[in-house]
Write a protein that binds this ligand. Structure first.
Ligand code: AR6
Length: 169
C-alpha cells in the first residue's frame, strides 16, 4: 500500500475506484472527473447496471482512461457518525477489493478518498478505515491511495507508517 498525490484519472493502473452516487450516472468531484476522462461510453455502460447501493461496488471498463477497469462504489454521506457511516465506508473498501481481486487482469488498484469530499466524512477517520480494510482484503493486489492534495497525502503517509510498525511488531 502506498499514498500519492495525483489526479486519479491519469493513473496507469489496472483499475481505479470511483466515489460514485447510487445512480451511477455521474456527478461532481472525482466521479465527474472520471466520467469526463472516460467518455460517454462509460455512462452508457453504467446505465445498464441499475445503480449501486451505499457500501456496494460494481465493475465497468475504463473506456478512455489509461486504467482498464473502474470499480464504482458508493460511500456514505456523513451524518455525524451515528448512522453506520464507519461500517458503510469499510464495506466500500472491502467490496471494492473483493471485486478487483476476483478479476485476474487486475493487479494494481488505486482508490480516491471515498466520501471525504462532497459527502463530508472526516478525513483521518476515513483514511484509518481505508488502510485497515485494504490491508485485510488485498492479498494479491498492489493498492495505491490517490489523494488530491499534499495535506491529504501526508495524513495517509503517516498512517501507513504507523500501520507498517504495527504489522512489524
Ligand atoms: N483525482 C483524485 N481525487 C480527487 C479528484 C481527482 N480527479 N477529484 C476529487 N478528488 P468527492 P464523495 C478527491 O466529492 O465525498 C459526486 O458528485 C476529493 O478531494 O469526489 O465520495 C458523486 O457523484 C476527495 O478527497 O466524493 C457523489 O454524489 C475525494 O476525491 C458524491 O460526489 C472524494 O471527494 C460523492 O462524494
Amino acid at each position: 500500500m502506498n499514498a500519492i498525490c495525483d489526479d486519479i484519472t491519469t493513473l496507469s493502473v489496472d483499475a481505479i475506484v470511483n466515489a460514485a452516487n447510487a445512480s451511477l450516472m455521474g456527478g461532481g468531484g472525482v466521479d465527474g472527473a472520471i466520467h469526463r476522462a472516460a467518455g460517454p461510453r462509460l455512462l452508457h455502460e453504467c446505465r445498464l447496471l441499475g445503480g449501486c447501493k451505499t457500501g456496494e461496488a460494481k465493475l465497468t471498463g475504463g473506456h478512455g482512461l489509461p486504467a482498464r477497469f473502474i470499480v464504482h462504489t458508493v460511500g456514505p454521506v456523513w451524518h455525524g457518525g451515528g448512522d453506520g457511516e464507519d461500517e458503510l465506508l469499510a464495506s466500500c473498501y472491502r467490496k471494492s477489493c473483493e471485486l478487483a481481486s476476483a478479476q485476474p487482469a487486475i493487479r494494481t488498484l488505486a482508490f480516491p478518498c471515498i466520501s471525504t469530499g462532497i459527502y463530508g466524512f472526516p478525513f483521518e477517520r476515513a483514511a484509518r478505515i481505508a488502510i485497515r480494510e485494504c490491508a485485510a482484503h488485498t492479498d494479491r493486489l498492489i493498492t495505491t491511495f490517490c489523494c488530491f492534495s499534499e495535506r491529504d497525502r501526508n495524513v495517509y503517509s503517516q498512517l501507513l507508517e504507523e500501520h507498517g510498525r504495527r504489522v512489524a511488531d
